[in-house]
Design a protein around this ligand. Structure first.
Ligand SMILES: Nc1ncnc2c1ncn2[C@@H]1O[C@H](COP(=O)(O)OP(=O)(O)OP(=O)(O)O)[C@@H](O)[C@H]1O
Ligand SMILES: [Mg+2]
Length: 247
């Protein structure tokens, strides 16, 4: 379970997170939505310990990572898969090496690693591209390789930062289905950051809205369209209109 309690983070006196409270229960997928620059990526980076908050707690399975020592933090980090916004593949490594990288600490044989890389590439619809380099891939392909890398070592928690942004609608749907099937098959707990309302409605048990440094509302997908929060209703309506235009 992930508990985020009164989280604050500023950059050069510019407050970004101003008291975020959020709990993510085991086995659920929570989507975080919110406008550009509201602090969604900053929040994910705090959850995985890549950034330190100024104030507040982040408790992962009972351990507060904001005060944990390096070794404890590292052990907690091993429970996470992280799909970075913008993929962040290692450019000097092949697709194979990129995905195998996270598998190295799993005590698998070389043959098992090879099998697993192949399996996860097939999950994201990219069979047989093991020997290619990131510079040879399209943006959408990079995203899918990064996704395979984030999930291939069966983490307990997966953080997805805009997994479908920049993909064509069909590939976006494939990725969305993959996120859902991983949750069902492996019982992973996921946080998805996205602007894609259609994907959010499909994958999440709850959708949280980050605005002005706080989670202003959290709703189940089927209740969202009837929310009493006027600001939110406007956000949802405009997201639906934009999506209709795009598709
Ligand atoms: N390392 C950093 N140093 C200084 N400012 C930062 C840093 N990281 C983020 N910020 C600032 O924090 C704010 C929130 O950024 P963040 O990347 O979390 O937004 P976001 O909600 O993920 O937006 P988007 O939807 O565009 O990805 C922005 O104003 C950004 O400039
Ligand atoms: Mg972001």
């Amino acid at each position: 379970m992930i508990q985020i309690i009164n989280l604050h983070k500023s950059f050069k006196n510019k407050p970004v997170l101003k008291g975020v409270n959020l709990e993510i229960y085991d086995g659920e997928t929570v989507t975080i939505m919110g406008g550009s620059g509201q602090g969604k990526t900053v929040l994910l980076k705090n959850i995985i310990g890549l950034m330190k908050p100024d104030k507040g707690k982040i408790i992962i399975d009972g351990i507060d990572i904001t005060t944990a020592d390096k070794k404890t933090l590292h052990n907690v980090q091993k429970k996470f898969g992280y799909l970075f916004q913008g993929s962040a593949l290692f450019d000097s490594m092949t697709v194979y090496e990129n995905i195998a990288f996270g598998l190295r600490h799993m005590k698998l044989s070389a043959a098992e690693i090879k099998e697993r890389v192949k399996l996860y590439l097939s999950y994201v619809g990219l069979e047989g591209i093991e020997n290619m380099y990131p510079s040879e891939l399209s943006g959408g392909m990079k995203k899918r390789v990064a996704l395979a890398r984030a999930v291939a070592y069966s983490p307990q928690y997966i953080l997805y930062d805009e997994p479908t942004t920049g993909l064509d609608p069909q590939t976006a749907e494939t990725i969305t289905d993959l996120i859902m099937s991983l949750q069902k098959k492996l019982n992973v707990t996921s946080i998805v950051v996205t602007h894609d309302l259609k994907a959010a409605l499909k994958v999440s048990q709850r959708i949280a809205f980050l605005y002005n440094g706080e989670i202003i509302d959290i709703e189940q997908p089927d209740k969202l369209l009837n929310t009493s929060n006027l600001f939110l209703r406007e956000f949802v309506t405009s997201a639906l209109i934009n999506q209709t235009n795009y598709n």
